[in-house]
Design a protein around this ligand. Structure first.
Ligand code: BEZ
Length: 210
């Protein structure tokens, strides 16, 4: 089961946009790999539609989306067609047909206590170096929160860009936490800074406006 900090396991798979070698597909880009339990199910339909409706957000944040379930390509295509006909929403991102469960097993998406045959609702955030940076798991009967998925992506990208950490409930526009000082000199320097300081080890600064 991959953990935060691991390189994303590579695989080849059939998807709704053609054959995919994952390591090549994700190269030099942020990627969100997410699984859903089954096509033609209600919660999954709301979630996949949510990702599709936010496609422009993910494009703006240079992030590729890749869906997955243990269903065939034919089922995926029929579902994509059904949702498009019913709601006008098109799932443009690739959806992996993990019919032999090989990718689900590799990524720990198959959690037998929850289901032996359907992937849980997993979300893997993978950075441009191919490293897993954040993982979310939801059970079969609770849908994810798209606002949190977008917030977490922006937080990861912001932390990397400005070499900062983000506090509880941080949202874009708020101050970020600067790393604690490593020397006494740095601690004294910090006291003269314009950081918002609870103490020298908990200091926040404004980030440039996006
Ligand atoms: C759903 O997406 O609604 C769903 C899928 C599998 C099990 C339970 C619910």
């Amino acid at each position: 089961m991959p953990r935060i900090g691991d390189l994303a396991p590579d695989f080849e798979a059939m998807t709704t946009t053609g054959k995919m070698k994952f390591s090549e597909y994700i190269k030099d880009s942020w990627t969100i790999l997410f699984s859903h339990p089954a096509d033609f199910t209600p919660v999954c339909t709301t979630e996949m539609s949510g990702f599709a409706l936010d496609q422009s957000f993910f494009d703006e944040h240079k992030t590729k989306l890749v869906g997955l379930s243990i269903d065939s390509i034919h089922a995926h295509i029929a579902w994509v067609n059904n949702v498009k006909k019913n709601t006008g929403v098109l799932f443009e991102f690739p959806i992996i047909a993990d019919i032999d469960m090989s990718v689900s097993k590799r990524y720990g998406m198959l959690q037998p206590g929850e289901s032996e045959t359907a992937a849980v609702r997993a979300v893997f955030f993978i950075d441009p170096a191919g490293k897993i940076r954040l993982i979310m798991y939801y059970p079969l009967n609770v849908g994810r929160n798209m606002e949190e998925i977008k917030r977490a992506l922006i937080a990861l990208q912001t932390a990397d860009k400005y070499k900062v950490s983000l506090p509880l409930n941080w949202v874009p526009g708020e101050k970020a936490i600067v790393s604690p000082p490593k020397t006494v000199d740095e601690m004294i320097e910090r006291e003269a800074s314009d950081y918002e300081m609870v103490d020298f080890y908990l200091a926040k600064k404004e980030l440039p406006k996006a």
